[in-house]
Design a protein around this ligand. Sequence first.
Ligand code: FE2
Length: 332
Amino acid sequence: MNKRNARLLSAMAGYDAGDVPRVQHFVKVHGFAAAIGRAEGLDERTLDVLEAAAIVHDIGIHAAERKHGSNAGGWQQVEGPPEARALLEGVGGFSPEEIDRICFLVGHHHTYEGVDGPDWRILLEADFLVNAHEDRLPAAAVRAARARIFRTESGLRLLDSIYGNATAAPAAFRPMRRFGQTLSEEEVREVLRAAKRGVLSVVGDDGRPYGVYLNPLYDEATGRLYFHGAKEGHKIDALRRDPRASFTVIDEGSHDASRPPEWALTFRSVVVFGRVEFVENQDEALEICRRLSRRFTQDEAAIEDEIRRAGARVLVFALVPEHVTGKRVHEA
Ligand SMILES: [Fe+2]
């Protein structure tokens, strides 16, 4: 690294004073970013900007925690750039254009769409190479990130060298314990087809489990479950960080005369484990919204009205199944 970035690294360590894991984190991210940038043949100026961005990329965490009580990626991206600008101006020697680009990268280091340059791409890759270990991400998440985030040859080579076994191994799911209660495949499809509500569980802020009720659309041909919602929020931040999710539904339940007590119902319960993929194509997303709406109303005019009104603000995503379990549960 050049002298200017060495001063920046020292200033950033001062900014994070006492927070050992954060300092270790950005030093590692910088190391990977510099190595990938050099191997990919970036020109000196782009490489310097990338290295500076890697050093300060997480600078918004403290402000996000202080102001919003959350270090979710979305808040970091909001709070990071002004903090980065102040630090860069304090260190000195950065041109206004360089500061703009570094702040832009800080504000987009949790954004995976629209990547417009190798500095942005490499920052995403370097951050993941470190996070996969620090967050103890399982094989399925590493595989998902390999497909979603990694594009440079050097980044892919590093990922495969470090997490090679993880990317090759299939995801492990625990087998169902009580085989007598297992639902048939047809019953699983029946429950998913009929379900109008269920709980989508994601890895939320700080790794805390977070479940929300959503209306699913089950696409039988692909096994995918589609959902719609706002473009921002806890759930979306979580899914952009980690696409792993599960969706849990039960049917309405029924009385089984042979199983007392009299108040207890027997449910068919299905859990779909998988990875979320965002539907980027707006026409496709709106068509899914129409299909989803038709599960609740046949009023086509009202559906089109709603799409005209809110269609631009809607985000559609699919849970791509990796593992499905179904069982009968007696609530007594
Ligand atoms: Fe990071």
